[in-house]
Design a protein around this ligand. Sequence first.
Ligand code: ARG
Ligand code: ZN
Ligand code: CA
Length: 270
Amino acid sequence: KSGPYKVPVVIHVVHNGEAVGTGTNISEAQILSQIGVLNKDFNRLNADAANTPAVFAAVAGSMNIEFVLAKQNPEGLETSGIVRVKGNKSGWTINDNYELKSQSYWPAEKYLNIWVCNLTDYLGYTQFPVSNLPGLENGSTNALTDGIVIWYRAFGSADDGAFTLDPDYDKGRTLTHEMGHFFGLRHIWGDQSGCEQANGSGGDHVADTPDQSESTTGCPNHPRVDTCSPAKMFQNFLDYTDDVCMNLFTQGQVDRMGIVIESSPRRVSL
Ligand code: ARG
Ligand code: ZN
Ligand code: CA
């Protein structure tokens, strides 16, 4: 099975008490922009798909998935799918994981929780799914922390409005990347140094992403030679390049995400 999938999303804006649309209390337009980016990137409807080099376009994949802001809250009442709450801290780190998420949370069995806040140490982070696929861990999951956290200045796309975004991360690809993790994707270079096949790590456990010895940053030119392959797929959403350079998932990544969606004991009914 490979979709179609429909994912109900709740956005928790954990702000610092500003008026709606200013500072950490981001506007509805910025949120809608980000949902639009997700739907385009996962369905390969992103305009910059045209920038994928031909050699990689041949293995590009699309998912047939739709992310929608929740229309009913946990009590069954009508909602915008956006919850705004003043946090009890002005900045958050990955170590504040549980405290951040306890500011506002909807049952992870029914909603994909996304928290947007002044995250000070990462652009974003995600709880991996429980799975017996290689590269993931089996066992139990903590539903109360299930979801994705994104820094408010790397959320949404500058193409859609004058939002205050970090110039390197201004096209909404942080959430695209984290959503890949949420559905079980590992970083394209396998999070270890050396060639993935040779170092025995199994890399990202995806066959059609080229073996890559390390992450890529900034925005290089194609082909970018790597000790493990003649051309790195730095355009992949699961590398570390700038937003403007990222434009694809591969079919192998889409297949892996589909397996997780169909088999992981998670929560969001799709
Ligand atoms: N550093 C984060 C992570 O590994 C996100 C990287 C996002 N990259 C980007 N171009 N937006 O989870
Ligand atoms: Zn990552
Ligand atoms: Ca690979």
